[in-house]
Ligand binder design. Sequence first.
Ligand code: ADP
Ligand code: AMP
Length: 222
Amino acid sequence: MGTQVATHMASIVLFGPPGAGKGTQAALIMAETGLPQVSTGDMLRAALAEGSALGIEAKKYMDAGLLVPDSVIIGLIEVRVEQDDASGGVLFDGFPRTIAQAEALSLIEDVDAVISIEVPDERIVDRICGRYSCGDCGAVYHETFNPSAEQGICDACSSMKLKRRADDNEETVRSRLEAYHSQTAPLAQWYDERGKLIIVDGDKDIAEVGNDILAGMAGFRD
Ligand code: ADP
Ligand code: AMP
Protein backbone atom coordinates (compact mmCIF):
# COMPACT_ATOMS: atom_id res chain seq x y z
CA MET A 1 0.00 0.00 0.00
CA GLY A 2 2.82 2.40 0.94
CA THR A 3 4.60 2.41 -2.38
CA GLN A 4 1.54 3.50 -4.31
CA VAL A 5 1.48 6.76 -2.38
CA ALA A 6 5.17 7.24 -1.74
CA THR A 7 6.57 7.16 -5.23
CA HIS A 8 4.75 10.27 -6.42
CA MET A 9 4.72 12.63 -3.50
CA ALA A 10 6.93 15.65 -2.87
CA SER A 11 6.08 17.72 0.20
CA ILE A 12 2.71 17.36 1.90
CA VAL A 13 0.98 19.80 4.23
CA LEU A 14 -1.21 18.64 7.12
CA PHE A 15 -3.73 21.39 7.68
CA GLY A 16 -6.51 21.96 10.21
CA PRO A 17 -7.44 23.59 13.50
CA PRO A 18 -5.50 22.92 16.69
CA GLY A 19 -6.46 19.44 17.91
CA ALA A 20 -7.69 18.29 14.48
CA GLY A 21 -5.38 15.28 14.62
CA LYS A 22 -2.48 16.50 12.46
CA GLY A 23 0.24 15.12 14.73
CA THR A 24 -1.68 11.88 15.25
CA GLN A 25 -2.12 11.27 11.53
CA ALA A 26 1.43 12.44 10.75
CA ALA A 27 2.74 9.16 12.14
CA LEU A 28 0.68 7.21 9.61
CA ILE A 29 1.62 9.40 6.65
CA MET A 30 5.31 9.24 7.59
CA ALA A 31 5.11 5.45 7.65
CA GLU A 32 3.38 5.45 4.26
CA THR A 33 5.54 7.99 2.47
CA GLY A 34 8.87 8.02 4.32
CA LEU A 35 8.67 11.81 4.53
CA PRO A 36 10.11 13.37 7.72
CA GLN A 37 7.65 15.35 9.84
CA VAL A 38 8.33 19.07 10.17
CA SER A 39 6.15 20.53 12.92
CA THR A 40 6.74 24.23 13.55
CA GLY A 41 5.06 23.87 16.96
CA ASP A 42 7.56 21.13 17.90
CA MET A 43 10.44 23.25 16.59
CA LEU A 44 9.35 26.21 18.70
CA ARG A 45 8.95 24.03 21.81
CA ALA A 46 12.42 22.56 21.19
CA ALA A 47 13.87 26.08 20.85
CA LEU A 48 12.24 27.01 24.15
CA ALA A 49 13.53 23.86 25.89
CA GLU A 50 17.04 24.80 24.73
CA GLY A 51 16.52 28.26 26.19
CA SER A 52 17.28 30.01 22.90
CA ALA A 53 16.27 33.66 22.39
CA LEU A 54 13.94 32.57 19.60
CA GLY A 55 12.20 30.06 21.87
CA ILE A 56 11.81 32.57 24.69
CA GLU A 57 10.36 35.15 22.29
CA ALA A 58 7.99 32.58 20.74
CA LYS A 59 6.71 31.50 24.18
CA LYS A 60 4.93 34.83 24.66
CA TYR A 61 2.82 34.18 21.59
CA MET A 62 2.28 30.48 22.27
CA ASP A 63 1.13 31.06 25.85
CA ALA A 64 -1.37 33.63 24.60
CA GLY A 65 -2.63 31.36 21.83
CA LEU A 66 -1.42 33.76 19.15
CA LEU A 67 0.54 33.01 16.01
CA VAL A 68 4.29 33.56 16.16
CA PRO A 69 5.31 36.24 13.61
CA ASP A 70 5.70 35.03 10.01
CA SER A 71 9.33 36.18 9.76
CA VAL A 72 10.34 33.91 12.66
CA ILE A 73 8.49 30.89 11.29
CA ILE A 74 9.68 31.35 7.70
CA GLY A 75 13.27 31.69 8.95
CA LEU A 76 12.98 28.38 10.81
CA ILE A 77 11.54 26.61 7.77
CA GLU A 78 14.16 27.98 5.38
CA VAL A 79 16.88 26.43 7.54
CA ARG A 80 14.98 23.16 8.12
CA VAL A 81 14.30 22.37 4.44
CA GLU A 82 18.02 22.70 3.69
CA GLN A 83 18.81 19.72 5.93
CA ASP A 84 19.75 16.45 4.24
CA ASP A 85 16.69 14.50 5.33
CA ALA A 86 14.42 17.07 3.66
CA SER A 87 15.85 16.66 0.16
CA GLY A 88 13.00 14.37 -0.94
CA GLY A 89 10.29 16.57 0.52
CA VAL A 90 8.79 16.77 3.99
CA LEU A 91 5.49 16.42 5.81
CA PHE A 92 4.61 19.87 7.16
CA ASP A 93 2.48 19.80 10.31
CA GLY A 94 1.06 23.11 11.52
CA PHE A 95 2.79 25.08 8.76
CA PRO A 96 1.88 27.17 6.82
CA ARG A 97 -0.64 28.98 8.98
CA THR A 98 -0.97 32.28 7.08
CA ILE A 99 -1.14 33.24 3.41
CA ALA A 100 2.26 34.96 3.82
CA GLN A 101 3.77 31.68 5.07
CA ALA A 102 2.21 29.77 2.15
CA GLU A 103 3.58 32.29 -0.33
CA ALA A 104 7.04 32.03 1.22
CA LEU A 105 6.82 28.23 1.13
CA SER A 106 5.84 28.25 -2.55
CA LEU A 107 9.20 29.87 -3.32
CA ILE A 108 11.27 27.22 -1.54
CA GLU A 109 9.41 23.92 -1.79
CA ASP A 110 7.01 22.04 -4.08
CA VAL A 111 3.82 21.22 -2.22
CA ASP A 112 1.98 18.32 -3.82
CA ALA A 113 -1.01 18.07 -1.56
CA VAL A 114 -2.60 19.79 1.42
CA ILE A 115 -4.63 17.45 3.61
CA SER A 116 -7.23 19.45 5.47
CA ILE A 117 -8.56 17.60 8.53
CA GLU A 118 -11.90 19.18 9.35
CA VAL A 119 -13.18 19.07 12.93
CA PRO A 120 -15.95 21.29 14.35
CA ASP A 121 -14.95 23.78 17.05
CA GLU A 122 -17.15 22.10 19.68
CA ARG A 123 -14.95 18.99 19.58
CA ILE A 124 -11.66 20.86 19.88
CA VAL A 125 -11.63 21.84 23.56
CA ASP A 126 -12.13 18.23 24.71
CA ARG A 127 -9.45 16.99 22.36
CA ILE A 128 -6.88 19.58 23.40
CA CYS A 129 -7.57 19.42 27.12
CA GLY A 130 -7.17 15.62 27.18
CA ARG A 131 -4.02 15.52 25.07
CA TYR A 132 -0.69 14.22 26.34
CA SER A 133 2.37 13.05 24.47
CA CYS A 134 5.66 11.26 24.85
CA GLY A 135 8.60 13.52 25.62
CA ASP A 136 10.98 11.04 24.02
CA CYS A 137 9.35 9.92 20.76
CA GLY A 138 6.52 12.43 20.37
CA ALA A 139 3.69 9.86 20.19
CA VAL A 140 0.35 11.60 20.84
CA TYR A 141 -2.33 10.27 23.22
CA HIS A 142 -5.66 11.35 24.66
CA GLU A 143 -6.84 10.48 28.16
CA THR A 144 -10.24 9.30 26.85
CA PHE A 145 -10.09 8.89 23.07
CA ASN A 146 -6.65 7.33 22.70
CA PRO A 147 -4.99 6.46 26.02
CA SER A 148 -1.67 4.65 26.24
CA ALA A 149 -2.19 0.94 26.99
CA GLU A 150 -0.43 1.21 30.35
CA GLN A 151 -0.93 4.39 32.28
CA GLY A 152 2.19 6.56 32.32
CA ILE A 153 4.10 4.49 29.76
CA CYS A 154 4.46 5.26 26.05
CA ASP A 155 3.18 2.41 23.83
CA ALA A 156 5.62 3.30 21.07
CA CYS A 157 8.93 3.54 22.97
CA SER A 158 8.19 2.53 26.61
CA SER A 159 9.33 5.92 27.87
CA MET A 160 7.78 7.14 31.11
CA LYS A 161 8.16 10.79 30.09
CA LEU A 162 4.53 11.42 29.19
CA LYS A 163 3.67 15.11 29.42
CA ARG A 164 1.08 17.76 28.74
CA ARG A 165 1.67 20.97 26.83
CA ALA A 166 1.70 24.30 28.66
CA ASP A 167 -0.71 25.81 26.12
CA ASP A 168 -3.24 22.96 26.24
CA ASN A 169 -5.77 24.65 28.50
CA GLU A 170 -9.28 25.86 27.76
CA GLU A 171 -8.49 29.57 27.77
CA THR A 172 -5.58 29.31 25.34
CA VAL A 173 -7.51 26.93 23.10
CA ARG A 174 -10.18 29.59 22.55
CA SER A 175 -7.54 32.09 21.37
CA ARG A 176 -5.91 29.46 19.20
CA LEU A 177 -9.24 28.70 17.56
CA GLU A 178 -9.80 32.40 16.96
CA ALA A 179 -6.36 32.71 15.36
CA TYR A 180 -7.15 29.64 13.28
CA HIS A 181 -10.41 31.03 11.92
CA SER A 182 -9.14 34.53 11.21
CA GLN A 183 -5.62 33.83 9.93
CA THR A 184 -5.28 30.16 8.97
CA ALA A 185 -8.64 28.90 7.67
CA PRO A 186 -8.52 31.20 4.57
CA LEU A 187 -5.53 29.16 3.41
CA ALA A 188 -7.82 26.23 2.56
CA GLN A 189 -9.35 28.23 -0.27
CA TRP A 190 -5.89 29.49 -1.31
CA TYR A 191 -4.70 25.90 -1.76
CA ASP A 192 -7.99 24.76 -3.29
CA GLU A 193 -7.60 27.41 -5.99
CA ARG A 194 -4.21 25.90 -6.72
CA GLY A 195 -5.67 22.37 -7.02
CA LYS A 196 -3.86 21.02 -3.95
CA LEU A 197 -6.60 20.55 -1.33
CA ILE A 198 -7.75 17.17 -0.04
CA ILE A 199 -10.57 17.49 2.52
CA VAL A 200 -10.99 14.78 5.14
CA ASP A 201 -13.66 14.56 7.85
CA GLY A 202 -11.64 14.50 11.07
CA ASP A 203 -14.68 13.94 13.28
CA LYS A 204 -14.43 10.15 13.11
CA ASP A 205 -12.27 7.73 15.01
CA ILE A 206 -8.51 7.88 14.49
CA ALA A 207 -8.26 4.77 12.30
CA GLU A 208 -11.11 5.88 10.03
CA VAL A 209 -9.59 9.32 9.56
CA GLY A 210 -6.28 7.65 8.67
CA ASN A 211 -7.95 5.43 6.09
CA ASP A 212 -9.73 8.42 4.57
CA ILE A 213 -6.44 10.32 4.33
CA LEU A 214 -4.70 7.45 2.54
CA ALA A 215 -7.68 7.03 0.19
CA GLY A 216 -7.69 10.77 -0.49
CA MET A 217 -3.97 10.78 -1.24
CA ALA A 218 -4.20 7.77 -3.54
CA GLY A 219 -7.23 9.21 -5.36
CA PHE A 220 -5.50 12.57 -5.65
CA ARG A 221 -2.59 11.09 -7.58
CA ASP A 222 -4.63 8.90 -9.96
P1 ADP B 1 -3.06 18.53 16.20
O1 ADP B 1 -1.66 18.01 15.88
O2 ADP B 1 -3.87 18.79 14.97
O3 ADP B 1 -3.05 19.69 17.14
P2 ADP B 1 -3.28 16.02 17.69
O4 ADP B 1 -2.92 14.98 16.69
O5 ADP B 1 -2.25 16.36 18.70
O6 ADP B 1 -3.83 17.35 16.95
O7 ADP B 1 -4.64 15.55 18.40
C1 ADP B 1 -5.21 16.32 19.45
C2 ADP B 1 -5.78 15.38 20.51
O8 ADP B 1 -6.92 14.71 19.96
C3 ADP B 1 -4.81 14.27 20.95
O9 ADP B 1 -5.01 14.04 22.31
C4 ADP B 1 -5.23 13.07 20.10
O10 ADP B 1 -4.96 11.84 20.79
C5 ADP B 1 -6.72 13.29 19.93
N1 ADP B 1 -7.23 12.86 18.63
C6 ADP B 1 -6.61 12.93 17.43
N2 ADP B 1 -7.41 12.45 16.45
C7 ADP B 1 -8.58 12.09 17.06
C8 ADP B 1 -9.81 11.53 16.59
N3 ADP B 1 -10.01 11.26 15.28
N4 ADP B 1 -10.78 11.28 17.50
C9 ADP B 1 -10.58 11.55 18.83
N5 ADP B 1 -9.45 12.07 19.32
C10 ADP B 1 -8.45 12.34 18.46
P1 AMP C 1 1.02 23.61 17.40
O1 AMP C 1 2.07 22.75 18.05
O2 AMP C 1 0.98 23.45 15.92
O3 AMP C 1 -0.34 23.45 18.05
O4 AMP C 1 1.47 25.12 17.66
C1 AMP C 1 1.59 25.64 18.99
C2 AMP C 1 1.79 27.14 18.91
O5 AMP C 1 3.03 27.42 18.24
C3 AMP C 1 0.73 27.93 18.14
O6 AMP C 1 -0.40 28.25 18.96
C4 AMP C 1 1.52 29.16 17.72
O7 AMP C 1 1.67 30.07 18.80
C5 AMP C 1 2.90 28.58 17.41
N1 AMP C 1 3.03 28.15 15.99
C6 AMP C 1 3.26 26.88 15.55
N2 AMP C 1 3.35 26.85 14.21
C7 AMP C 1 3.16 28.13 13.79
C8 AMP C 1 3.10 28.75 12.52
N3 AMP C 1 3.27 28.05 11.39
N4 AMP C 1 2.87 30.09 12.47
C9 AMP C 1 2.72 30.81 13.58
N5 AMP C 1 2.75 30.30 14.82
C10 AMP C 1 2.96 28.96 14.93
